[in-house]
Design a protein around this ligand. Structure first.
Ligand code: GLN
Length: 251
């Protein structure tokens, strides 16, 4: 009887130890759960079954400098901020634009990449060159993005706006002529066209907005992680590693 109780006690102790160490890596570093987009090249995308890209490499390099480990959880962009809010994620790196509206619910790091929106159109399209050309057209946007907000603010009631969950779907709709244009971040569509020149899309407009990407944590939470990000980013910029990572994906 006694030995049974002892065994139970030992089992429970081991289980508690396992739980307590759950957010520590083998090396003893803290491990953070980080949300990222499902496919947003060259920032995050799957290659040979593994996630890679500027966001992924940046955060991993910062973790190495600042002594933390990262577990990436890819999800549709629209789900990332809600998952931060509910505590499912410690942070998000997903080419997320720093906006005043988002600052109400998240804290952003220092800016790490300059971006902005363009409209992408079918290769055969000749009549979409600026924002006003989008009036009366079929527009597709990605849920929860700055592009979706831009469409809402500028074209609501003037164009037919449809919302998809990921960039691949908006691109496909334009390729197949199911939509006249999609809003996408310039560096993403420029890279996508560069590596897939046979895609049936092109950039139709000049940059319509300009903004910066930031790493996000829930407002008021995980400030320690935010500080580590900023500190690591600064070091990577100073030692040339930041530029090396960016060049690897954009040159
Ligand atoms: N930069 C855009 C935004 O923050 C799009 C990000 C994305 O699609 N991953 O809304």
């Amino acid at each position: 009887m006694k030995s049974k109780i002892l065994k139970m006690f030992m089992l429970v102790s081991v289980m508690m130890l396992v739980i307590a160490c759950g957010n520590k890596s083998q090396g003893g570093n803290k491990k953070y759960i980080i949300g990222t987009d499902t496919s947003f090249p060259p920032f995050e995308y799957k290659k040979d079954g593994k996630y890679t890209g500027i966001d992924i490499e940046l955060l991993e390099a910062i973790g190495k400098l600042e002594g933390f480990e990262v577990e990436f959880k890819p999800m549709d962009f629209g789900g990332l901020i809600p998952a931060l809010q509910s505590g499912q994620l410690d942070g998000v790196i997903a080419g997320a634009s720093i906006t005043e509206e988002r600052k109400k619910t998240v804290d952003f790091s220092d800016p790490y990449y300059e971006s902005g929106l363009v409209a992408l159109v079918n290769k055969n399209n000749t009549n979409i060159k600026e924002l006003k050309d989008l009036e009366g057209k079929r527009i597709v946007v990605k849920n929860g993005t700055a592009g979706a907000k831009f469409a809402e603010d500028n074209l609501k009631g003037k164009a037919n706006i449809r919302v998809f969950e990921d960039s691949a779907s908006t691109l496909k709709a334009v390729e197949n002529n199911q939509a006249d244009a999609a809003f996408e971040d310039y560096p993403v569509i420029a890279y996508t066209i560069k590596v897939n020149p046979n895609l049936n899309v092109k950039i139709g407009t000049e940059k319509l907005t300009s903004n910066d990407y930031g790493f996000m944590v829930k407002k008021g939470a995980n400030q320690e992680l935010l500080e580590k990000f900023n500190k690591g980013l600064k070091t990577l910029k100073e030692n040339g590693e930041y530029q090396k990572i960016v060049d690897k994906y954009t040159k």
